[in-house]
Design a protein around this ligand. Structure first.
Ligand code: RTP
Ligand code: MG
Length: 147
């Protein structure tokens, strides 16, 4: 089973889209194994976005992600990383396919509502940045046989 790190960004929390976004992954059939509302410290933000250090949008990105509460989540399922990236849509809402979260609710690249890990390796790395092991639950779902 694959795990991925998803995070409703401050714009999504402020706009009241946590439920809408969580509902999409629930209905898809993925399993929620950890979640919390939290404020991202600058230290965590720098670790999370290390790959973007030096890019022109880096400082703005750090400022944004630390500006208000985020809803941090870990979801589990077969191909969870790829599936959730597809459901989130391209970074720029203009290029995001209809029906994706960013196409349906976002306008601006800087305020694109949600983060999703882009590889299983990055998912493991990001999960460790935001969650302690005991915050992640293993449990069986009776309906799993259908998914
Ligand atoms: P994310 O990491 O948030 O899931 O988004 P992503 O993979 O689609 O995009 P990524 O390239 O990892 O960029 C991280 C976030 O930085 C902002 N960004 N701004 N050219 C720009 O102004 C620019 N490029 C990226 C976006 O908010 C993006 O989600
Ligand atoms: Mg990314």
């Amino acid at each position: 089973m694959e795990r991925t790190y998803l995070m409703v960004k401050p714009d999504g929390v402020e706009r009241g889209l946590i439920g809408e976004i969580v509902g999409r992954f629930e209905r898809k059939g993925l399993k929620l194994v950890g979640a919390k509302l939290m404020k991202v410290s600058l230290e965590r933000a720098e670790r999370h976005y290390a790959e973007h250090k030096g890019k022109d949008f880096y400082e703005r990105l750090l400022q944004f992600i630390t500006s208000g509460p985020v809803f941090a989540m870990v979801w589990e399922g077969d191909q969870a990383v790829g599936l959730t990236r597809a459901m989130i849509g391209k970074t720029n809402a203009l290029e995001a396919a209809p029906g994706t979260i960013r196409s349906d609710f976002a306008i601006h690249t800087n305020f694109n509502l949600i983060h999703g890990s882009d590889s299983p390796e990055n998912a493991d790395r990001e999960i460790r940045i935001f969650f302690d092991e005991e915050e992640l639950l293993s449990y069986d779902k009776a309906i799993q046989v259908w998914i």
